[in-house]
Design a protein around this ligand. Sequence first.
Ligand code: AP5
Length: 222
Amino acid sequence: MIPGVELVIMGKQGAGKGTQATRLCRHYVIPHISTGDIFREAVRSDNDLGGRVREYLDAGELVPDDLVLAVIHERLEKPDSQERGFMLDGFPRTVNQAKDLDEMLKPSGGLDVVVNLDVPTDIVLERLAGRRVCAECKANYGTERPPELEGVCDVCGGTLQRRADDTDAGIRRRLELYEEQTRPVLEWYEDQGRLVSVIATGGVEEVTDRLIAAIDTQLNRR
Ligand code: AP5
């Protein structure tokens, strides 16, 4: 049985899932579980998982479901998510993953809210082109929030760089896979009555305010 708030954040690549999940998790005091961050950290540490997922990440391909599900099962067993709930970011992104998550959460009654960041493709492309990430602490910068000194992280002084999968080919492939594999997941949750879509254009703070209002409304209905 998992008590607490159980949320999923969805949206196209560059829609702002990572940016908003960080802020929402501070607000709801729940752990932020990003499969992309877990995989990138594994690649950076050069551990066994990193060796198995590196090629998929660099090419913008999806990591096979068995590996993703093993990571998620292990993570959701940890005391913080058992006690407080969680926000999943980047998972599920295939219907098979969504079905597995439903099974996992059956004892707690399932997800509370799945929130979808609705952003047109031309805007996500602009955001991805402007994204820079600190090589050391992974802080995320964009054109709406540039660092004080170009190329240098405000938090730790590390070097800012583009993500390895933010190439033209990597972005194109990730967006193709989103349409093929992940859009059906939105339909899956819509049919369950768990999905709430929020227009996620505009400034970061105003999007956070809209998301909190939408999530609270859904939570109060349950
Ligand atoms: P993942 O890390 O999940 O990447 P993604 O889905 O490609 O999403 P992004 O991180 O690109 O976008 P985001 O929506 O988080 O945007 P962000 O907040 O950074 O996955 C990476 C890879 O891991 C996958 O390709 C796959 O290989 C593998 N993987 C992960 N999960 C998997 C799974 N479940 N199954 C199989 N494989 C899996 O924002 C983007 C930019 O916009 C930033 O610069 C930000 O500052 C800026 N920005 C954000 N909000 C605003 C705003 N309101 N206004 C202006 N700029 C903004």
